[in-house]
Write a protein that binds this ligand. Structure first.
Ligand SMILES: [Zn+2]
Length: 392
């Protein structure tokens, strides 16, 4: 079952096709234990469509039935110092601006409760998390954080709260209104509470042509305009919206909208000309980037150069899949120990510890996310590895 032809946010028809990508591995964080299993992983089709009314970009061929979150999984970014810095900055900002001490915090889709634990210890706050993927209910040793292995729905009962967090979730949820309506209802029941959301920032994809951000697990790609419009459509007032994590995320704070203020009159009827033009240009850019990298990898192979990729995350899966990479790349390395010794979804490349680069030298190290260039450049120097570092 796929999502159909009307916009999942505003309901408009007349979506415009931006790009079609075949055979994307549906999971980017599954830890495959053999190359054969990695190559045979489930793959899906992306039909990226743009809503000229509200600006939503959606994979309308997204099929949630292909996803299996019971597979052994690791999407964590915590191995990166720069991500941990963002995370602690976010917590300090939320705690300071919203005076979060001895308060109650709800998190939806927060997995094992890392954010709640950090918010709890930052100000003796009480947290309650909802995420069916954790398997069973649990409570932290200090009793401050309790996690429930269930979805947050209209029948979930809450005693009241001050902050509701929902990080990196909306881009995965096919039924946006079904997911957000219970959140909107609970915000209306707690009119002084603030809701904090963040999602990957698609304006990077359009402006920096970071085409490797197209991954199957994300059925939506949000821009400021479309995120704001979505909030209004479910009766939440988007009070503040800003780029975070060096522009890679879009953060938003919302509150319960005063009744009547969220009507269709306050929503745009078309996106800006600038945005429409950027989206239209993107399809051509995508083809150019694929052609450019296909040629660069072929040239490297022809001249006998060995290549490794540093970072076995989502973007690397897309890079390898969208270019159909095989032995042009020798192996990948990743600082996340759980990934070491496993194999990349789709391509089947081995994922090894970064120290491998010193033992089994390559000519070129590719990184697929420029934000880590300085961090990884420093690590290569520390290991006395003189491979050329290239950002894809
Ligand atoms: Zn729309």
């Amino acid at each position: 079952m796929t999502m159909g032809s009307a916009c999942a946010s505003c309901g408009s028809e007349g979506l415009q096709t931006v790009a079609v990508i075949e055979d994307l591995p549906v999971h980017v964080g599954v830890l495959w234990s053999t190359p054969e299993a990695a190559k045979a992983c489930a793959k899906g089709r992306m039909q990226l469509e743009f809503c000229p009314t509200c600006g939503l970009l959606a994979n309308t061929a997204f099929d949630p039935d292909l996803l299996d979150y019971t597979l052994e999984y690791d999407n964590s970014l915590h191995a990166s110092a720069i991500f941990r810095e963002f995370e602690s900055g976010l917590i300090e900002d939320l705690v300071t601006r919203h005076e979060l001490t001895d308060k109650r915090i709800v998190e939806i889709g927060g997995g094992a409760g890392r954010l709640l634990d950090m918010l709890a210890s930052a100000g003796n706050n009480h947290g309650i998390g909802f995420d069916p993927s954790i398997g069973e209910d649990r409570t932290s040793a200090d009793g401050l954080v309790s996690l429930r292995a269930e979805f947050f729905t209209n029948s979930t009962e809450l005693d009241g709260f001050d902050l509701l967090c929902c990080r990196q979730v909306l881009e995965h949820v096919p039924d946006l209104h079904g997911f957000l309506d219970p959140i909107s209802a609970t915000m209306k029941a707690n009119p002084n509470a603030v809701a904090y959301f963040d999602v990957p920032n698609t304006s990077m994809l359009l402006s920096d042509l970071s085409v490797w951000d197209l991954i199957y697990e994300h059925c939506y790609y949000f821009l400021e305009e479309s995120l704001r419009s979505l909030m209004l459509s479910v009766g939440l007032a988007p009070d503040r919206i800003w780029p975070s994590f060096d522009g890679q995320f879009l953060s938003l704070e919302a509150s319960a909208a005063a009744s009547g203020s969220a009507g269709s009159t306050s929503r745009p009827t078309t996106v800006s000309d600038e945005l429409a033009a950027a989206v239209n240009a993107f399809a051509g850019h995508l083809d150019q980037r694929r052609a450019e990298w296909t040629n660069r990898l072929a040239d490297a192979r022809a001249s006998g150069k060995r290549i490794a990729i540093w970072g076995a995350g989502a973007r690397a899966v897309s890079f390898l899949s969208m270019l159909g990479v095989t032995d042009e790349v020798a192996y990948l390395v990743d600082a996340n120990e759980r990934k070491q010794g496993t194999f990349m979804a789709g391509s089947g490349h081995a994922i090894l510890p970064p120290a491998r680069l010193a033992e089994d030298p390559v000519d070129i190290v590719i990184i697929v996310n420029g934000i880590y260039e300085e961090e990884i450049g420093g690590l290569l120097q520390d290991m006395d590895v003189d491979s050329t570092l290239v950002v894809a």
